[in-house]
Design a binder for this molecule. Sequence first.
Ligand code: BG6
Ligand code: MG
Length: 222
Amino acid sequence: MIQGCIFDLDGVIVDTARFHFQAWQELAHELGFEFTEKDNERLKGVSRMQSLEILLEIGGIKATEEEKKALADRKNQRYRELISTLTPQDLLPGVMDFLYQARRLNKNIAIASASKNTPLILERLGLSNFFDAVVDGNKITKAKPDPEVFITAAKELGLVPEECVVFEDAVAGVKAAHLGGMIAIGVGTKDRLPDADINILSFQGLRCKHLLEQVQNKIEIY
Ligand code: BG6
Ligand code: MG
């Protein structure tokens, strides 16, 4: 029986994925190459330093460790500038209602994100103390697709992986959920997230009870 809902942060509960993209794209332009939305899919869910590695690979650019650190810092500075304007209005449509539904059904709720900026984002959204557990890039050492972030979140909720369902917008995140033994709900089309067990396009109008029943059916089929 599903007892816990674990949510990725960027691109699942809040519309920050576009700011990550913008900041990386500006950096790519400064470095003299194009960086498209399609390229950006590869960066979703992965850590800042790994994202930079992928970006540099796309641009065919070699850099020393020191230069990489400076580039990642520059991207993060720009990203923090962009997210400084976030307000609770930037929660994705239907998210708050869905979280309250989960609460009413006595489900535990957690955030599991690769982002080291998670505390700042939750503060801007007025959700610093809302979740039963928050596991972020400051707490974990292995980035998605490693399942560490989800396994830690389940543990912090006092649950086993089989009792949790993960909400993810990244290919790497769906993979991490599966490696952790959890059902993955893909927030995005089947085209973009072909391996998700169930795909939703948004939380708007979504009935938590109904969705969890669907998850339960999947578990029984598997
Ligand atoms: C993930 C994003 O949530 O966090 C990635 O999907 C990002 O795009 C990663 O690289 C790390 O974020 P931050 O805020 O620590 O640079
Ligand atoms: Mg995400």
